[in-house]
Design a protein around this ligand. Structure first.
Ligand code: FAD
Ligand code: NAG
Ligand code: NAG
Ligand code: NAG
Length: 615
């Protein structure tokens, strides 16, 4: 079976990919069957759902699971949680499998529109934008990297006219969801929560690359410390959303523990919400339409509909429901109900990963799918417990003024593996065959050890947009990522690349003979190797998304024409409708957003409870 998998990955054809996804999952699922004491799903899927609920939550992702669990704490409220995808399965529990999940049906498989200035090394100049379509949403596909981001991120949200969103006011919400198992976490003013549902731990497994990265960063002057504590700037082994060696998705964190305990929470899986029902006269929301069990169904909401469909599907669903830019809606034949800047302000983080040769042993994903590795996972050891190969992380302020504030503008993270050892990653990224051949095939032929550092821009200034392709809810929306449109973004990215390369001069990296891969991107060769112009060209080719899409239903006061929801996350001009997910971020945080989305959900629940007099 293993060599078949390998061939299929090399083919890279869409059909082969989904076939690959399925046999891979089947194989490992078989191995684990009978090994877990846990039922896969928390709350029984209702065939018979009620005609009406108090609250309907659309999307069981990072935010949706948290919301549904918290709102149903009130036994007097009936809650319906609707998810387009199916249940989680055992393979998703294995942290190392992150890349493989992108090849299966639990991914929406979005792609950006073709561009002449970014994603140039990808098939048809389009970047793949994976998104979770499964109970737990993108928290099931993600790399589990846990960051709170920086206090200034939240203080800026507040300063834009959003009361209640300053970092100090938010600290209790961080602590409410955090179940940190980090032994040396900051214990002072910024201390972590220890008892919350979302587990955070260091990986039990490291390659020598991780250690070299942490040491080299310290030798270059960074302090080692808790980047989720008082000082973000520094280096550390990765804090990951892993509990007991297993992925801690939002589904596992919030819904598994409720199994059999919440009669007032109903969950409908494999159901696609196609429209939020809003009375065009009163502008009051009263329910949703969904496609489920082969037919269209209407479900009514007595109190509110809460859209938690993520930063791509939320703007899509709002627009399909008549909430969005009136001109664009008319173009696709939808009658506008509220003229709002839905789909604008799209933000993301990209990191054009660099590949380094070395002489220390690295993670060889292609060798994993054997009973040894699976056996060691079941025993609680070995590389399958690594967070998708991501091992350590550092934060820099490359601009001195930002350094004075302690607000990172560049992140480096290291993966103790290379694309040639991980064909699933190559397919997931959609790298063109000829580019792979010229850059990586020699590594592959010589079985070379290599690792990657990802220089990730933290505060990009470019903004993209999500638009509808048509009024058909089954058609994917159009995604204009608009990467590097603002010159700052390429400038800081190139400086980040050079920062990563400068670490090679440190003794810890010298000791493993780490050096930049000498193979050049053919399309960039004319700029001269390792010049700023070469690295700019490189970034425009290897425009690797880190999957942090956000901002498309921006939070802000009514006076701000670019705002879609207010500080209580209510859609402007429409009653009984909220957005609670990564879409509401006015500015994407300087870190990885999964934790911040839990924060948004926890705060939203408190506001909803207040607004309906339940405390
Ligand atoms: C591959 C990948 C790697 C990532 N790595 C990290 C990381 O290491 N660290 C980190 O912090 N962040 C990471 N992220 C980002 C992080 O996971 C997301 O920011 C976060 O999960 C977003 O949460 P959300 O609730 O906004 O949306 P989601 O979690 O995407 O939830 C949306 C849910 O709504 C459902 N849905 C959508 N439309 C409909 C509809 N019409 N009807 C019914 N259901 C619908 C979806 O199926 C999905 O389950 C990663 C993301 C991806 C995809
Ligand atoms: C952790 O995993 C081990 C082995 O699978 C199991 O015995 C133990 O009960 C688990 N602990 C928790 C807290 O889930
Ligand atoms: C970034 O911008 C600064 C200021 O304009 C300039 O001095 C520097 O050379 C630029 N660096 C790169 C890598 O483009
Ligand atoms: C790796 O390279 C370094 C530097 O050349 C050398 O000192 C070390 O012995 C090498 N280690 C191995 C395992 O080959």
């Amino acid at each position: 079976m293993q060599s078949l998998l390998f061939c299929l990955l090399h083919l890279g054809a869409a059909a082969a990919q989904s076939y690959l996804g399925n046999i891979l999952f089947d194989g490992i699922e078989l191995l684990r069957r009978g090994q877990s004491q846990m039922d896969l799903e928390a709350v029984d899927d209702r065939d018979q759902i009620l005609p009406e609920y108090d609250f309907i939550v659309v999307g069981a992702g990072t935010a949706g699971c948290a919301l549904a669990a918290r709102l149903s704490e009130n036994p007097d409220w009936q809650i319906l949680l609707i998810e387009a995808g199916g249940p989680e399965n055992y393979i998703m529990d294995m942290p190392i499998m992150a890349h493989y999940l992108q090849l299966g049906e639990m991914n929406w498989k979005y792609r950006t529109q073709p561009s002449n200035s970014y994603c140039l090394a990808m098939n048809n100049n389009r970047c793949n934008w994976p998104r979770g379509k499964v109970m737990g949403g993108s928290s099931v596909l993600n790399y589990m990297m846990y960051t709170r981001a920086n206090r200034h991120d939240y203080d800026r949200w507040k300063a834009l006219g959003n009361p209640g969103w300053g970092y100090d006011e938010l600290l209790p919400y961080f602590r409410k969801y955090e179940g940190s198992l980090i032994p040396d976490a900051d214990s002072g003013q910024a201390r972590h929560g220890r008892k919350g549902p979302v587990k955070i731990s260091y990986s039990a497994y490291h390659t020598p690359i991780a250690t070299a990265f942490v040491e080299a960063s310290q030798q270059a002057g960074l302090t080692r410390g808790d980047y989720n504590g008082v000082n973000q700037l520094g280096v550390s082994y990765l804090q990951a959303n892993i509990g007991n060696g297993t992925r801690c998705s939002s589904n596992r964190a919030y819904l598994y523990p409720l199994k059999g305990k919440r009669q007032n929470l109903h969950i409908k899986k494999k159901a696609l919400v196609t429209k939020v029902l809003i009375d065009p006269q009163t502008k009051a929301t009263y329910g949703i339409m969904m496609q489920a069990d082969g037919r269209m169904q209407k479900v009514l909401a007595r109190k509110e509909v809460i859209v938690s469909a993520g930063a791509i599907n939320t703007p899509q669903l709002l627009m399909l429901s008549g909430v969005g830019p009136a001109k664009h809606l008319r173009e696709v034949g939808i009658k506008p109900i509220a003229d709002l800047a839905v789909g604008f302000n799209l933000q993301d983080h990209v990191a054009p990963a660099l590949t380094f040769r070395c002489n220390a042993s690295t993670l060889k994903f292609n060798n994993f799918l054997n009973s040894d590795a699976v056996g060691s996972f079941l025993r609680g050891e070995g590389p399958l417990r690594s967070a998708g190969g991501v091992e350590a992380i550092s934060f820099y302020a490359l601009d001195a003024a930002e350094g004075a504030k302690g607000w990172a503008d560049m992140e480096l993270f290291v993966a103790g593996t290379s694309i040639h050892w991980n064909q699933a990653l190559r397919v997931a990224l959609g790298i063109r065959g000829d580019v792979y051949e010229s850059v990586f095939s020699e590594l592959e032929r010589s079985n070379a050890n290599a690792f990657m550092i990802f220089p990730m821009i933290l505060r990009a200034k470019s903004r993209g947009r999500i638009r509808l392709k048509s009024r058909n809810p089954l058609q994917h929306p159009l995604i204009d990522a608009n990467y590097f449109a603002h010159p700052y973004d390429l400038n800081i990215t190139v400086r980040g690349i050079k920062q990563a390369i400068s670490l090679l001069d440190q003794p810890a990296f010298r000791a493993i003979n780490a050096r930049v891969l000498e193979k050049q991107l053919p399309a960039c060769r004319r700029y001269g190797y390792q010049t700023d112009a070469y690295w700019s060209c490189y970034a425009r080719h290897f425009t690797f998304t880190i999957y942090h899409y956000s901002g498309t239903a921006k939070m802000g006061p009514r006076s701000d024409p670019s705002a879609v929801v207010d500080a209580r996350l209510r859609v402007h001009g429409i009653s009984n409708l909220r957005v609670v997910d990564a879409s509401i971020m006015p500015y994407l945080v300087a870190g990885h957003p999964n934790g911040p989305v839990y924060l948004i959900a926890e705060k939203a629940t408190d506001m909803i409870k207040e607004d309906h007099n339940y405390t």
